[in-house]
Design a protein around this ligand. Structure first.
Ligand code: NAP
Ligand code: MG
Length: 497
C-alpha cells in the first residue's frame, strides 16, 4: 500500500462507487421527497455524490428506530463479551476497507492520503477496538452500607445518543463518540458534517454486516438543521457534540429548551505552545511547533496557534521554525508525498484569508500569507507565520482553523503563563523546558485539558482523556472516562432482612 502513487489513487478514485443515502434501522434510505445535497470534493470542486439531506422526518424516524432497539434490548441486553466480539469484527472490517475509507475521506475532506491511511482510518478502527476490549473488564462498585443492606453502584447505558461531528477528522471524531457510546449499550444517531459525510455513511453498512442490530447505529447526513433537530429532540437522551464554540453554546440551549438531555461538548481552541529560554532542543521544538499548526492544514482543534517564545532565543528559534515549515507544502491530497491538503470549502478559505489580511495590519508577516495554487485545482493556503503579534490582537485570540501561526515574545515565565491563560479557550497547551520543576509548575498553572511537555500532539493512544477547560467544552473523549458521558450512575440498595 505504501508504494501506491498519485496515479494509482486517482484510478481507484475513478472506480469508486459512493453511497450517499442515510442509514437508518439497518437499511440505506433516501431522505423524504428524495431531497439531496451535492457532496463536493475540496480537491477539485467535483461533485462526489448526491447525499440524502435529512430533516425532521428522518430525524424522527431515526430516533424512533434507535429508541425501539434500545427498549427491545437487542444491543444493550447482550452480554458484554458478545458486544465486544461484534465491535471487534466491525473494527477489523474498517481495517480491511482501509484504502476505500481513506480515499473517501481524502476526496471528501481534502486531507492528505498519507494521513488518512495512517491516522484517520486506523485511528477510528483502534478506537472501536479499544472500547470493545474495555467493556467486558469494567465492573461496578459494592458500596459500604449498613450491615443489612447490599449497596450496588452501577453504570447503565443512557439510551439514545446523538453524535454531531465536524469535518476536520470526520471518521475519527465520530469514532471517539460512537465507540464508547455503543460499547456500553446505547443506540446512536450520528450526524456527520455536510462537508464530509461519506465515511460515516460507508461504515454504517460495515457495522450492520459485523452484527450490530438494526436501529442501534444510524447515520443521518444533513446540514446544521439536522443537528439542531437532534439537539432539540425530546427522545434523545444525550448529545455528544464536536465543533465550534458558537454552535456548542446553541446545543446547550437546545437541550435546555427541550428535555435537558445530557450535553457533552468538544469545542474550539487557541492553544499556546510555550518555548522557554531553557528549551532542551530547539530543532525538535521548531519541528513540533510547525507540525502543531500546519498538520492537517491547521484544521486542528488542538492547533498550537499561539507560539510564545522567550525573547532571548526568538530569532534563533524562528529561523529553525521557518526551515521546519518548508516541510509543509500544499499539494494534491491524493499524492502520497503531499504534506498539506486542500482547505475544506470556499467559506473556510475566505475566512482564513481574511484573518491573514487582519494579520498584515496587526503584525509582521514572516512566512506565507497567500493562497497557493495546485494543479488539481481546489483551495489551498500557504503555511503562514506572523511575528510580533500582540496577544490581544484578533489573530492571537480567535480560532482561525487554518495554517496561520501567531508568534508572541515574552520575558519571564510568569508572563508566558499569564498570556497562555489569557484566552476564553482551554483545550491544550505545551511547554518546552529543561528544568523538571519548571515543567511541573508551569503545567499545573496552564488551564487546559491537555498539557504537553517537550512535545506537541503526542498521545495518539486512547488512554488519555481529551477535552477542554472553559469554552473549549466539557466532558472528555477517549479513555475510560469517556464512558461516564454515555452512562447513568445507579445506586441499587438491597435490604437483606
Ligand atoms: P461547526 O460549524 O460547529 O459544526 C459542527 C457540527 O455541527 C457539524 O456537523 C454541523 O453541521 C453541525 N451544526 C451546525 N450548526 C448547527 C446547529 N445550529 N445545531 C446543531 N448542529 C449544528 O464546526 P465545524 O466548522 O464543522 O468544525 C470546526 C470546529 O470544530 C472548530 O471550532 C474546532 O476547534 C472544533 N473541533 C473541536 C474538536 C475537539 O475535540 N475539541 C475536534 C475537532 C474540531 P454542518 O457542518 O453540516 O453544518
Ligand atoms: Mg466534502
Amino acid at each position: 500500500m505504501n508504494d501506491m502513487t498519485l496515479t494509482d489513487w486517482q484510478a481507484k478514485a475513478a472506480a469508486l462507487s459512493i453511497e450517499g443515502r442515510a442509514f437508518v434501522d439497518g437499511v440505506y434510505r433516501d431522505a423524504s421527497g428524495s431531497r439531496t445535497f451535492d457532496c463536493k470534493s475540496p480537491i477539485d470542486g467535483r461533485v462526489l455524490a448526491r447525499v440524502a439531506d435529512c430533516g425532521e422526518a428522518e430525524v424522527d424516524f431515526a430516533v424512533e428506530a434507535a429508541r425501539r432497539a434500545f427498549d427491545e434490548r437487542t444491543w444493550c441486553g447482550l452480554d458484554p463479551r458478545r458486544r465486544k466480539a461484534i465491535l471487534l469484527r466491525w473494527a477489523a472490517s474498517i481495517r480491511a476497507h482501509l484504502d476505500e475509507l481513506a480515499l473517501l475521506e481524502t476526496l471528501d475532506a481534502g486531507k492528505p492520503i498519507g494521513d488518512t491511511t495512517t491516522v484517520d482510518v486506523p485511528g477510528a478502527a483502534y478506537c472501536v477496538e479499544w472500547f470493545a476490549e474495555a467493556i467486558d473488564k469494567i465492573g461496578g462498585e459494592v458500596a459500604p452500607a449498613d450491615q443489612h443492606l447490599v449497596g450496588l453502584v452501577t453504570r447503565e447505558p443512557i439510551g439514545v445518543v446523538a453524535a454531531v461531528v465536524p469535518w476536520n477528522f470526520p471518521i475519527l471524531m465520530a469514532a471517539w463518540k460512537f465507540a464508547p457510546a455503543l460499547a456500553v449499550g446505547n443506540s446512536v444517531v450520528l450526524k456527520p458534517s455536510e462537508k464530509s459525510p461519506l465515511t460515516a455513511i460507508r461504515i454504517a453498512q460495515l457495522a450492520h454486516e459485523a452484527g450490530i442490530p438494526a436501529g442501534v447505529f444510524n447515520v443521518l447526513p444533513g446540514g446544521g438543521e439536522a443537528g439542531k433537530l437532534l439537539a432539540l429532540h425530546r427522545d434523545v437522551d444525550c448529545i455528544a457534540f464536536t465543533g465550534s464554540t458558537k454552535v456548542g453554546k446553541l446545543i446547550m440551549q437546545y437541550a435546555g429548551q427541550s428535555n435537558l438531555k445530557r450535553v457533552w461538548l468538544e469545542l474550539g481552541g487557541k492553544s499556546p505552545n510555550i518555548v522557554l529560554a531553557d528549551c532542551p532542543d530547539l530543532d525538535r521544538a521548531a519541528k513540533a511547533a510547525a507540525g502543531a499548526i500546519f498538520y492537517n492544514m491547521g484544521e486542528m482543534c488542538t492547533a498550537g496557534s499561539r507560539l510564545l517564545v522567550a525573547r532571548g532565543i526568538k530569532e534563533a528559534f524562528l529561523d529553525k521554525l521557518v526551515r521546519a515549515a518548508a516541510g509543509y507544502r500544499p499539494g494534491n491530497p491524493l499524492d502520497p508525498r503531499t504534506s498539506m491538503g486542500a482547505i475544506i470549502d470556499r467559506a473556510q478559505f475566505d475566512r482564513v484569508l481574511s484573518y491573514i489580511e487582519d494579520g498584515r495590519k496587526e503584525a509582521s508577516l514572516l512566512l506565507g500569507g497567500e493562497a497557493a495554487s495546485v494543479v488539481s485545482g481546489g483551495l489551498y493556503v500557504e503555511p503562514t507565520i506572523f511575528d510580533e503579534v500582540r496577544h490581544d490582537a484578533g489573530i492571537a485570540r480567535e480560532e482561525i482553523f487554518g495554517p496561520v501561526l501567531s508568534v508572541i515574545a515574552f520575558d519571564t515565565v510568569d508572563e508566558a503563563v499569564r498570556i497562555a491563560n489569557d484566552t476564553e479557550y482551554g483545550l491544550a497547551a505545551a511547554v518546552w523546558t529543561s528544568d523538571l520543576t519548571t515543567a511541573h509548575e508551569v503545567s499545573r498553572r496552564l488551564r487546559a485539558g491537555t498539557v504537553w511537555v517537550n512535545c506537541y500532539d503526542e498521545g495518539g493512544d486512547m488512554n488519555f482523556p481529551f477535552g477542554g477547560y472553559r469554552q473549549s467544552g466539557n466532558g472528555r473523549d477517549k479513555s475510560l472516562h469517556a464512558l461516564e458521558k454515555y452512562t447513568e450512575l445507579k445506586s441499587t440498595l438491597l435490604r437483606l432482612r
